[in-house]
Design a binder for this molecule. Structure first.
Ligand SMILES: Nc1nc2c(c(=O)[nH]1)N[C@H]1C(S)=C(S)[C@@H](COP(=O)(O)O)O[C@H]1N2
Ligand SMILES: [Mo]
Length: 323
């Protein structure tokens, strides 16, 4: 167990993770959870409940207006590739969680926005998405494991949350929390992870135009395996910052400790800005594997978004900005 604590499977650069290594890790985890049999059953139940769900009540909002300020230097990752290669530990530690994730029930889905704000609010996802105009942006995504993808996200700027909740002067950070429901998400039965998944950003980061709240992808409501019905996209940071299936957003004074930072603070920090020159303790970040071509390309500082976000970190050289 201590060994798994040190080395969650996704924490191995995926170029180093042989299928054997992934299999072994998964089997060990299952055994330690006593979940071998249950997991197969949960998977079938998941597929069934996914099919039984009604059509998404926000489907009419897509395709959302394309924001031409966000384009790409490379092709989009084909939808079927993206939809079948995911990190969503609530549904398993392997990349093939798409089927299991269909167990995620996305309605009713309320989001509680509170903490140090003028206007705390609990709002249903369907009300939230109709309150703010949606737009589509083509974004890059760089996982800390050194693979990358490109995706047409739809949603709204994170800044809209500041306008809705109006943080008090004492608020310094946003703290995001994923749902907690081990019956719906078998991975949350594992005591190896401090569920629920938590992540955070500073108020200044949230106000940067690049910080995006995702409600859709590929011109329709976002798929469960990508973090329906509401997730974050912070394309200049390693992917683990982009938390999925959000239920709670709090404005806080103290810096939030994310799930991965809680497990392994020497490898996963708060800032997690992409930097090819700062290796992960166990692998290089100089290049990345493009998911849909298999090609290795150089990684760029801030994942290519430095012009927009580098200013956020001026004078912060005392911080561990790149892990
Ligand atoms: N709740 C939750 N959010 C999460 C994760 C997770 O396991 N649980 N994985 C993170 C990681 S490591 C990555 S790379 C991205 C993957 O997003 P994708 O599966 O849509 O490509 O989600 C991030 N958000
Ligand atoms: Mo990741």
């Amino acid at each position: 167990m201590a060994n798994i604590h040190r080395r969650p499977s996704w924490a191995i650069a995926d170029t180093l993770a042989t299928p054997e290594a992934v299999f072994l890790n998964r089997r060990t985890l299952m055994r330690s959870m006593g979940l071998g049999a249950l997991s197969a059953g949960a998977m079938v139940a998941g597929i069934r409940s996914g099919r039984a769900q009604d059509a998404d009540p926000t489907a009419d909002l897509y395709p959302a207006r394309r924001n031409e300020a966000y384009t790409l230097d490379r092709d989009l990752t084909p939808e079927d590739i993206n939809a079948n290669y995911n990190n969503f530990y609530e549904y398993g530690t392997q990349k093939e969680i798409a089927e299991a994730a269909q167990a995620l029930r996305t309605r009713p889905w309320e989001i509680a926005i509170g903490g140090l704000v003028e206007t705390p609010i609990t709002i249903g996802i369907d009300d939230l998405v109709r309150r703010i105009p949606l737009e589509t942006r083509l974004y890059r995504h760089r996982c800390v494991e050194a693979w990358s993808m490109t995706i047409p996200w739809s949603g709204f700027p994170m800044k809209a949350l500041l306008d809705i909740a109006r943080p008090q002067a004492s608020a310094k950070f946003l703290r995001f929390e994923t749902f907690l429901d081990p019956e719906m998400a078998p991975g949350q039965n594992s005591f190896l992870y401090p569920w629920p998944y938590i992540e955070g950003v500073t108020i200044a980061e949230a106000a940067n135009d690049l910080a995006f709240m995702v409600t859709g992808a590929y011109d329709k409501p976002v798929a469960r395996q990508h973090g329906a019905p509401l997730r974050v996209a912070l394309p200049w940071k390693y992917g683990f910052k982009s938390i999925k299936s959000i239920r709670k957003i709090d404005f806080v004074e103290e810096r939030p400790v994310g799930l991965w930072e809680a497990i392994q603070p020497s490898e996963y920090g708060f800032w997690a800005n992409v930097n090819p020159d700062v290796p992960h303790p166990r692998w290089s970040q100089a290049t990345e594997r493009v998911l849909h071509t298999g090609e290795r390309v150089p990684t760029q500082i801030y994942n290519g978004y430095g012009e927009q976000v580098a200013g956020l970190y001026a004078g912060m050289d005392d911080q561990l900005l790149y892990m």
